[in-house]
Design a protein around this ligand. Structure first.
Ligand SMILES: [Zn+2]
Length: 269
């Protein structure tokens, strides 16, 4: 058996190794790598190895699906390397859930974390894989056709990808809880169904907020819509629609919160 300090050191070492690979593959920006190392270490220390594995599956699969769009102009404009704020916007729920679990020893907090990461996975898979859809997507609110990559756009392929991503995390979450619960009875099918639902609804909330409140800006130099200010070209952008400051990171935070709350609910049942 390893002591808690040995586990902490081992977790930090493994997280560092994975972050170095992600940095080298340009999946993470330096700030993203630092946040990912801290996140991985805390999650393993507070939630155990299985929580760490689920986090690695999220990071690994998200980076993989992002590679599909490496050549796309949309992604080149937005940048595919995740920075610290982006990593935090997606991973905060898992950190909060495992920390609360380690403090209270109340198992539903673990499912808060699992629901959170299911939503982050479902959202990343749906937006990256959805972009490869041949038909232009539709806006989730008005069902009008919009250009690929628009905030709040959904496609059949994207929705299927979100179900697949959420279900993968749900199955892993259920296995982890089932093998660690000697004194608890774990309703495996119910947990799989509800954590998968947490992922799907989290991604849907992301699309909805993206369509309704997310800030949209315009770069007059490149003559194109963007979410960034300044734009990747270096020029300041102007506000077009949506709530000022309500950017993609805020939307992702709320997507993860939706998944986390449904996960918590599945743990209380
Ligand atoms: Zn520009």
């Amino acid at each position: 058996m390893t002591t808690p300090w040995e586990q902490l050191l081992l977790a930090a070492g493994l997280a560092l190794a994975i972050a170095m690979v992600a940095l080298r593959l340009r999946a993470l920006a330096p700030s993203g790598a630092i946040v990912a190392v801290l996140m991985g270490t805390i999650v393993v220390a507070a939630g155990g190895w299985w929580s760490g594995i689920v986090l690695v599956v999220f990071f690994g699969s998200s980076s993989l699906v992002s590679q599909i769009n490496r050549q796309s102009t949309i992604l080149q404009a937005r940048g595919s390397r995740r920075d610290g704020v982006q990593v935090l916007a997606n991973g905060w729920g898992m950190v909060a859930g495992t920390l609360l679990y380690s403090i209270t020893d109340w198992r539903p907090w673990l499912l808060f974390g699992m629901g959170a990461i299911a939503a982050a996975t479902a959202d990343t898979w749906s937006s990256e894989i959805g972009r490869t859809s041949a038909a232009p997507p539709r806006l989730v609110t008005t069902w009008q056709r919009v250009p690929r990559g628009s905030s709040g756009a959904v496609s059949a392929r994207g929705l299927l990808a979100s179900v697949a991503g959420g279900t993968l995390i749900a199955v892993l979450a259920a296995i982890g809880l089932w093998q660690s619960s000697s004194e608890f009875s774990t309703n495996v099918p119910l947990i799989i169904a509800l954590v998968a639902l947490a992922g799907f609804l989290g991604a849907l909330v992301d699309s909805y907020l993206g369509a309704v409140v997310q800030e949209q800006r315009f770069c007059d130099v490149c003559n194109g819509r963007t979410e960034a200010n300044p734009h990747t070209c270096g020029n300041p952008t102007r506000h077009v629609s949506g709530m000022r400051g309500f950017n993609n990171d805020v939307v992702n935070f709320l997507c993860v919160l939706t998944g986390a709350l449904i996960g918590l609910f599945s743990g209380i049942l």
